[in-house]
Write a protein that binds this ligand. Structure first.
Ligand code: ADP
Length: 229
């Protein structure tokens, strides 16, 4: 589904955030992206989302070169991808329902579609009954569930989560990992960057480790560190 070939990203300040990264991710995979701060994890997800263009290299999504997309094609491409962030990024003045609906409105969905799909997405993340609450009235775990609902409401083929449990206590983090696994089992490919060593060690998914912009390990069922195999 996703192929990166020799992707290098040098920022204008000359920092080389990605250094000759090549990897393939297949439909339905669950991939952990690990590595120390500054290793290039966020840059990699931004390149995949086409928020950053690589300095060199190619990125193919379902065989199509995403670096050549222009204007509206970029927006259409991004609709296939859901994004979840460590800090939730919800709109504070909007209700739970409105936050999720917003993702559909910007892609031109009508009222009927919104009134069908938003409750469906909220049910998938276990937030029935919270539609009219504001983000500030929810726990951190619930706020992250809203952001997951917003990410999946357009039924993306790929979900990218950048340290989604970084702000949550361990029990809540585990509950969210259950949810991510369910979403993956229902067919959505997931790329998740994380520092949560216990989670990575326990779940034994594919692990791609970055260091100083390079892939230093790509392991089928791996732990957080190489020693843990
Ligand atoms: P990680 O997500 O693994 O912490 P990042 O991708 O955020 O790593 O950063 C990789 C490197 O690129 C770091 O040295 C960081 O300071 C640098 N970097 C990230 N974003 C930018 C940017 N917009 N401009 C300049 N340098 C950046």
């Amino acid at each position: 589904m996703l192929n990166l070939y020799n992707v290098t990203k040098v920022y204008p300040n000359q920092v080389k955030a990605l250094d000759d990264v090549s990897l393939t991710i297949k439909k339905g995979e669950f991939v952990f992206l690990v590595g120390p701060s500054g290793a290039g994890k966020t840059t990699l997800t931004r390149v995949i989302f086409r928020e950053e263009l690589p300095t060199r290299g190619q990125v193919l999504f379902n065989g199509k070169n995403i670096l050549r997309l222009r204007g509206r094609e970029v927006a259409l491409y991004r609709r296939k991808i859901g994004m979840v962030f460590q800090d939730f990024r919800l709109l504070p003045q909007k209700t739970v329902f409105e936050n999720v609906a917003f993702a559909l409105q910007v892609s031109g969905a009508g009222k009927q579609e919104i009134s069908r799909r938003v409750p469906e997405a909220l049910a998938r993340v276990g937030l029935e009954g919270k539609e009219n609450m504001l983000p500030a009235q929810l726990s951190g775990g619930e706020q992250q569930r809203v952001s997951i609902a917003r990410a999946i409401v357009r039924e993306p083929v790929l979900l990218i989560a950048d340290e989604p449990t970084g702000n949550l206590d361990p029990d809540t983090a585990w509950e969210l990992m259950e949810l991510f696994q369910q979403i993956n089992q229902q067919g959505t490919t997931i790329i998740m960057s994380t520092h949560a060593r216990e989670i990575v060690d326990a779940l034994q998914k594919r692990v791609i480790a970055l260091e100083a912009g390079r892939v230093v390990r790509d392991q089928e069922s791996g732990g957080y560190r190489h020693e843990s195999i």
